[in-house]
Write a protein that binds this ligand. Structure first.
Ligand code: SAH
Length: 263
């Protein structure tokens, strides 16, 4: 394939190539590049963002599922060639490359797997001090939203338990080829100084997911399946709906539940 051959966008891979250089540069500049030596870009496509990362004082790695894009990258970014991982981000064991060292994650993400990308990041939070990039606007807003907001949900609570989340800016469909049907939003996650929680972390995930499965109901009703004591369920916090609880209240709730289960 010749060097200049452009990758044909494939819908099933969520391919929408960004064609605005200044936005690509702005996204690349959203990371601090401090406190880690490696950056992993998910879904580089034809490398619009990658070329700005390559100018930074870190080692850039990319993971891309599309063979045609991988070929393009290897042909056009010679210095990157050994650091192109041709794999599905969701399935690949990243420590084959990172060997337990810290790294940041960045990307103009494939929107069809955006929640899974965030969940995998949360699982690997010990190694990921920073994360930034572009999602469907709604998803980016949801991740950053606070209690009381209509879009506050599982992703908001679990992400913000470990990371400070900041919505940076909105990107309109016209700067992509092909244009997506929705607006996009860029966000930045910075891991908290103390991100080890005072509650059982697995139980927090379970409580948050169970509560938001029925977001209109009070916790008294939605958490029935956890078999809690009547005594605990009398606590006033159980009269609240999940969207009213702050992250720290979810952590307090998890501690209450933990103690109840252990007694
Ligand atoms: N960053 C490029 C492309 C964005 S489109 C740009 O801004 O122009 C999203 C990219 O993610 C595509 O290149 C697609 O092939 C890739 N992709 C989709 N699913 C993936 C997965 N599971 N793992 C790795 N890359 C994936």
């Amino acid at each position: 394939m010749s060097k200049d051959h452009q990758v044909k966008a494939k819908k099933h891979l969520g391919q929408h190539f960004l064609n605005d250089e200044s936005i690509a540069e702005k996204i690349a500049n959203s990371l601090s590049f401090k406190g880690y030596n490696h950056v992993l870009e998910i879904g580089p496509g034809m490398g619009v963002l990658t070329k700005y990362l390559l100018k930074k004082d870190v080692t850039t790695h990319v993971i891309e599922i599309d063979t045609e894009s991988v070929e393009y990258l290897k042909n056009n970014y010679l210095t990157l060639a050994n650091r192109v991982i041709e794999q599905d981000f969701l399935k690949y064991n990243l420590n084959q490359v990172f060997k337990n060292e810290p790294f940041a994650i960045i990307g103009n993400y494939p929107y069809n797997i955006s929640s899974q990308i965030v969940f995998k990041t949360l699982e690997m939070r010990d190694q990921i001090p920073e994360f930034s990039g572009m999602f469907q606007k709604e998803v980016a807003q949801r991740i950053c939203s606070k209690e009381g907001s209509k879009v506050y949900g599982i992703l908001s609570v679990l992400t913000q338990a470990f990371y400070d989340a900041e919505y940076l800016f909105t990107v309109h469909p016209t700067v992509f080829n092909p244009p997506p049907k929705v607006d996009s939003g860029v966000l930045l996650l910075k891991r908290k100084e103390n991100y080890v929680l005072s509650c059982n972390e697995n139980l927090l995930f379970k409580v948050v997911k169970t509560a938001f499965q029925q977001r209109r109901k009070t916790l008294r009703n939605s958490l029935k399946t956890l078999n809690l004591s009547d005594n605990l369920r009398e606590d006033s916090i159980f009269g609240m709906r999940p969207e009213q609880l702050s992250v720290s209240q979810f952590i307090e709730l998890t501690i209450l539940i933990e103690n109840d289960i252990n007694n």
